[in-house]
Design a protein around this ligand. Structure first.
Ligand code: GDP
Ligand code: MG
Length: 162
């Protein structure tokens, strides 16, 4: 069986866009409306000859009651099924309460976590990415899923963690 990389994060941070970068195809549905990827969708990927499975995790309804619990549950489900967790945060927004909850769950999972600071579309934005150190998950890796900026570097980091 191939190692599993689970992509987790708030709605609209660019998880599906990043999944498309990783798999090199446009199969994951990207939407401007938050919370579109409802269920976990699995894809085959390969980088430098290593094969692995990518799971685009379902979002949660940002307006639902008991949201903190739902977020924690979703993060835990993703952590349980993953060998490596790719936690995506929107660097243009910074760390939100929901990101803190996810970060807390992932830190307790015992699984390797790679922190992707997405929407770093240019070099100026890299300063924003540094704010994500506060999540306590180590180095944030700046990436632009939309433009492909540094996505190869991120894939190298993922490969090292597999
Ligand atoms: P998901 O809900 O986390 O799966 O997010 P999506 O992949 O559906 O993307 C949500 C929105 O963010 C879409 O409008 C994307 O085009 C946009 N987006 C994703 N990645 C980037 C990025 O690197 N830079 C910018 N500027 N926008 C992005
Ligand atoms: Mg999505």
């Amino acid at each position: 069986p191939q190692p599993v990389v689970a992509v987790v994060g708030r709605p609209n941070v660019g998880k599906s866009t990043l999944v498309n970068r990783i798999i090199g195809r446009r199969e994951a549905v990207v939407e401007d409306v938050p919370g579109v990827t409802r269920d976990r969708v699995t894809y085959d990927a390969a980088w430098r000859g290593r094969r692995f499975t990518v799971v685009d995790t379902g979002g949660w309804d940002p307006d639902a009651t008991g949201m903190a619990l739902r977020i924690a549950e979703q993060a835990q489900i993703a952590a349980d099924l993953a060998d490596v967790i790719l936690f995506v945060v929107d660097a243009t927004v910074g760390v939100t309460d929901a990101d803190e909850i996810v970060g807390h769950v992932l830190r307790g999972s015992g699984k390797p976590v790679i922190l992707a600071a997405n929407k770093v579309d240019n070099q100026q934005m890299e300063l924003e990415a540094a704010a994500l150190w506060s999540l306590g998950l180590g180095e944030p890796y700046p990436v632009s899923a939309l433009h492909g900026r540094a996505s190869g570097d991120l894939l190298d980091v993922i490969l090292d963690a597999l």
